[in-house]
Every structure is written in C-alpha cells, then in structure tokens.
Design a protein around this ligand. Sequence first.
Ligand SMILES: Cc1cc2nc3c(=O)[nH]c(=O)nc-3n(C[C@H](O)[C@H](O)[C@H](O)COP(=O)(O)OP(=O)(O)OC[C@H]3O[C@@H](n4cnc5c(N)ncnc54)[C@H](O)[C@@H]3O)c2cc1C
Length: 121
Amino acid sequence: MDMKVQIAGARLARQVMSTPPLSGLRNAETTPRCLVPDNASDEEWKTWVFRTFNPVSHPIGTCAMMRQDMGGVVDGKLKLYGAKNVRIVDASVMPTQVSAHLSSTLYGIAEKVADMIKAGL
Ligand SMILES: Cc1cc2nc3c(=O)[nH]c(=O)nc-3n(C[C@H](O)[C@H](O)[C@H](O)COP(=O)(O)OP(=O)(O)OC[C@H]3O[C@@H](n4cnc5c(N)ncnc54)[C@H](O)[C@@H]3O)c2cc1C
C-alpha cells in the first residue's frame, strides 16, 4: 500500500505541476524527469521510489495498530497481541502516515491512551 500511495502521489505531483496556472510558474522538471518518463510503468516509478525516498526522520508502523491477521501488533487500545496488559504508545503504532510531521499526532495518541488507562480500559 505504501508503494501504491507513493507512486500515485508522485504522478499527481507531476500532473499538478504540469497544469496551468502552476505550469507557467516553474522551470522544467529536473527530477525524476530523466529517469521516469510520462508514460512510465508502476515498475519504473517503483525503482525511482526505492532509490530516492527515505523516511526523513519520521519512521512509523513497525508495531502497527491493526488486526493481527493483517500483520498488526497492537489492538485499538494499543495493547500488544498475545500479552496480558502491555501497551505500546509511540510512533511505531501508527499504521499509516497522517502528515509529514508526527509530534502533534503522537501527543493526541498519548492523550487518548492516558484517558483509556485512567478509565480502566
Ligand atoms: C532530526 C529529527 C527532526 C524531527 N523534526 C520533527 C519536527 O519538526 N516536527 C515533528 O512533528 N516531528 C519531528 N521529528 C519526528 C519526531 O521527533 C518523532 O517522530 C517522535 O519524537 C517520535 O516519538 P516516539 O515517542 O515514538 O519516540 P522517541 O521520541 O524517539 O522516544 C523514545 C524514547 O524511548 C527512550 N528509550 C529507547 N529505548 C529505551 C529503553 N530500552 N528503555 C527506556 N527508554 C528507552 C528513548 O531514550 C526516547 O526518550 C523529527 C525527528 C528527527 C529525528
């Protein structure tokens, strides 16, 4: 899913920048123009994404809140599957990126789980 979103986002960015009025305000595309032509396949985009992208100090998802049969590690109360009462409350539980920067989202997650703990959930 991450790769599909990256490819769709990159294609959309090119389309937006190639459409008036923005197209009249920029110089020629420098990257990834020479590596990824307009008619590029998903595989060509994928190669460019793998070579170029990094998480820019905002890694997430290694203990994703998700159903266990889908690869999740914690449930909706952030309790670890298979353990009695262990919670994970950090950026690792975010299954997908909600914005480029994580801190404000993490404060929200922490507040919500603090309320759950106080309520005995
Ligand atoms: C260079 C950089 C710039 C960033 N800029 C921004 C920004 O501008 N805006 C923004 O919103 N986000 C930014 N982020 C992202 C944000 O800082 C992180 O996503 C966020 O801090 C992650 O929070 P966390 O609680 O998951 O982990 P962390 O903040 O990394 O907290 C983990 C804590 O666990 C402690 N710890 C680790 N192992 C153990 C252990 N075994 N026992 C006890 N304690 C342990 C660590 O010491 C640490 O205090 C930036 C990140 C980096 C690296």
